[in-house]
Write a protein that binds this ligand. Structure first.
Ligand SMILES: *[C@@H]1O[C@H](CO)[C@@H](O)[C@H](O)[C@H]1NC(C)=O
Ligand SMILES: *[C@@H]1O[C@H](CO)[C@@H](O)[C@H](O)[C@H]1NC(C)=O
Length: 375
């Protein structure tokens, strides 16, 4: 049965790319079939590095090319590479995913997701700061950790996750990318990773879950869900917010992204994935920008751009601590710079939470500016 399915796909694949990689096959097959079928196919095609000891240089941030390179380089100097292992045939990589999603989801089938590599699970890493923000946050934001799924892409990160968190998922890659080696920004493997993340998000939608994807360099101080409109199919953070939440002229940042599972949003993800081939060589955030004007009206899709007063970032910094919900270390290159500035942010936040209501209202607490990136 699987063989039959595959042969019906291959003409399409060869049409597109000639020498077809497994990924291409999966992408096109999936975009033409219902969610359930994907289980068989990915099991069938996952003749890929399942067991990678050592380094992944997965990305958490579309704007943080150098951070990726940094973290990978830092790891390369300390980690030992295992010999390339024989491919392992997983029974179904997605079965496990459904179980993790079911456990972590809210009653209305919403999960929060982030994606990490091994460097970020160490003490003093971004993952530590991420957790610290929830724990020093206000209004019950810490309770949202119950709904957080941490997606890992290498065994070390998976073990690191399990040591500190309940809902960890090991995303086995079937795209042939060797996550042990360093990825240069916009290299073929870098694009493969970013598009892999995008494809994974589509899978979550197809399984019937809404998700809020957050990069791990986003600090969570208050519950951001109250700023996500019930009317929005997609709510995405803004590098630059121009004042109108539904204007497509806002500049999106996929590092903080809510998507409601529906036929419309799944169609949008299909178009998004196809955009990869229409606009060959672009990464997924650029393609989002290129297709939003065409696809939003076509699918009658409400895309809400989140106001940076609440869902903020270094690109357009919210200076009102009474309003801020989340703060993303975007417009910031380099893992060291992010760690430095977010540490400073958390220290100010801690003082703020200890302040009296009067002090808070009077604006006594302000970010320490400038940092390395934050200004
Ligand atoms: C991965 O492969 C290495 C070496 O081949 C082996 O020692 C290790 O136990 C494997 N890990 C997993 C999670 O399969
Ligand atoms: C926090 O408050 C303490 C005590 O007032 C002060 O010494 C410290 O500099 C403050 N830290 C920051 C980051 O503002």
């Amino acid at each position: 049965m699987k063989g039959g399915d595959m042969s019906s796909v291959s003409p399409l694949v060869s049409f597109v790319l000639g020498a077809a990689m497994a990924t291409v096959c999966v992408l096109f097959f999936m975009s033409a079939t219902p969610a359930r079928r994907l289980v068989d196919i990915s099991a069938f095609t996952s003749a890929a590095p399942d067991n990678l000891t050592g380094i992944a240089s997965s990305v958490s941030d579309s704007d943080s090319d150098a951070a990726v390179a940094d973290s990978a380089a830092a790891l390369a100097s300390t980690a030992t590479l295992a010999p390339a292992p024989a491919p392992v045939q997983a029974p179904s990589p997605w079965g496990d995913l459904e179980e993790v999603l079911a456990r972590a989801a809210t009653k209305d089938r919403t999960v929060i997701m982030t994606q990490i590599n091994a460097a970020w699970t160490r003490p003093g890493s971004l993952l530590d700061l991420f957790f610290e923000s929830f724990r020093t946050g206000e209004g019950g934001v810490a309770r949202l950790l119950d709904h957080l799924v941490i997606v890992t892409m290498d065994p070390a990160a998976y073990e690191g996750c399990k040591a500190v968190h309940r809902h960890c998922y090991f995303l086995r890659t079937s795209n042939g990318v060797d996550y042990r080696s360093e990825k240069m920004f916009m290299s073929k493997d870098y694009l493969e990773m970013m598009w892999g993340r995008n494809r994974f998000q589509q899978t979550v939608l197809e399984l019937g879950y809404n998700f809020l994807f957050t990069d791990v360099d986003v600090m969570w101080f208050r519950d951001p869900f109250r700023h996500i409109s019930m009317a929005a199919d997609i709510a995405i953070s803004s590098d630059v917010y121009i004042g109108d939440p539904y204007s497509l002229r806002n500049f999106p940042n996929g590092g903080f992204l809510f998507v409601r599972s529906s036929a419309k949003t799944i169609d949008f993800y299909r178009a998004w994935q196809q955009g990869r081939w229409r606009f060959l060589g672009k990464h997924e955030q650029d393609v989002f920008n290129l297709i939003k004007h065409e696809m939003a009206p076509k699918l009658d899709l409400a895309i809400q751009f989140l106001d940076t007063a609440y869902i903020s970032g270094f690109c357009q910094l919210s200076k009102d601590l009474n309003k801020i919900c989340t703060l993303h270390a975007n417009c910031c290159v380099g893992l060291g710079a992010k760690l430095h500035d977010l540490r400073g942010v958390l220290d100010v936040w801690r003082n703020y939470t200890a302040g009296t209501p009067d002090e808070r209202r009077a604006g006594k607490f302000q970010w320490k500016l400038p940092g390395i990136c934050i200004h």
